[in-house]
Design a protein around this ligand. Sequence first.
Ligand SMILES: Nc1ncnc2c1ncn2[C@@H]1O[C@H](COP(=O)(O)OP(=O)(O)OP(=O)(O)O)[C@@H](O)[C@H]1O
Ligand SMILES: [Mg+2]
Length: 483
Amino acid sequence: MEQTAQQPPMEPHAELSAPWDEFLTRCQRSVEDVHTLEVRGTLTKLTGLVLEAVGIRVPVGAQCLVRQHNQPPVLAEVVGFSGERAFLMPAGDVHGLSSGASVRAAPPFISVPRFGVPSDNSAARPILTMHGTLRLPLGNGLLGRVVDAQGNPMDYRGPLEHVTALPLDRVPINAMDRAPVREILDTGIRAINAMLTVGRGQRLGLFAGSGVGKSVLLGMMARYTKADVIVVGLIGERGREVKEFIEDILGVEGRARAAVVAAPADASPLLRLQGAAYATAIAEHFRDEGQHVLLLMDSLTRYAMAQREIALAIGEPPATKGYPPSCFTRLPQLVERSGNGLHGVGSITAFYTVLAEGDDQQDPVADAARAILDGHFVLSRTLAESGHFPAIDIERSASRVMHNVVTREHFEMARRFRAIYSRYEKGRDLIQIGAYVPGSDPQLDEAIALQDSMRAFLQQDMFEASTLEDSLVGMAAVLGGSL
Ligand SMILES: Nc1ncnc2c1ncn2[C@@H]1O[C@H](COP(=O)(O)OP(=O)(O)OP(=O)(O)O)[C@@H](O)[C@H]1O
Ligand SMILES: [Mg+2]
């Protein structure tokens, strides 16, 4: 039997009061978790970069404000303690601070609800509003924008929109819940697609000295890689390079789908560390929404150096080449955050540049990076000097997941290409001094015949993209076969 529901009589003005009820509920929710207890201490010492305070008991990682009468407050993070003394690292200039300045945990963040504007994710995720918790803007509004390590826009395009201030720390993904790297990522760069194929969710190091084309290569990847979102972390590089990278190298097409975090060399070591963590958090945010993210971090070495500055300043003893042990703990902690998402939802494929001058295999950061990354691309100064760009030294580079993502034919073709290329390099001196008699080594003859086309194949103009299919067809053509 059909029932005709009796509509309850409408309360007068109910349709007017509903949005207000909803707004007031959001206001109440935004303050209900706030801890109102405030802890305050006193600044007692400043040596080099480190502030020492007594009377404040807040956890390591907490954000504090150091306030001196008539001075703007200085933001500082607790980086260690000894008994009653807390060590803090300032994010800004400490000029003008003196003994006795007040130190208190930064006030909890309250995202102020606005009437008629639905709150983004803050309604979905409960926000813990503790004193001292660092939160930075995350959200779609970061695309196309350039921000500093504290989330302030640097591009003069007004305040960020469609972002929510969220804590940077996330629960790490259990290794067993992470999908393995199984799918090819088309980077748009011929030499990489064909010879050093990258998988979605892979973490790679770009090892190079200065001025051999790192920035140009990262820019090409940002423009041509098949990814939904690009996150660029410019950590500890020259300030001038930031503008150049964004305007000239990233270009309009790269920038539209990119979020850039810049913490240049003159930023405090704390901000350089934070910049790298923030860029990673942005990548994680998009990954958790199911997007495929490309994270480009320039550079991992400067990140380790920032950690070295902080660790030495608070008294940690140096171990290898001046780097204290905590640097080598920090590196995997940062790198492990990228990779495939939970049960295959979204991915972060990451490239970290590592400064490695010449053949210096002794650099501890390069050593550590090589061990924790799933592959290394080496840029060679000799190739760059001879005008061979991108200057990827394919003999010394490797992608450790390539065999998991490519077909057997592709793998076999790349192996053959590498063998022939390497044969020429081994005989190069003999050939150049005219000591090689053609015909005496059939393999070397083949290598000599293919040399020019191989080199031409590996080079690519910075404004030219090459898809995976084109790269494979090109490689097959060089080897005189077809796919
Ligand atoms: N694909 C390319 N095609 C043509 N020229 C290139 C290419 N890649 C790099 N170059 C040349 O190499 C120069 C140096 O490149 P880039 O600035 O990327 O080096 P870098 O390693 O980032 O340097 P630094 O260590 O100073 O940051 C560029 O100015 C450019 O002239
Ligand atoms: Mg550069």
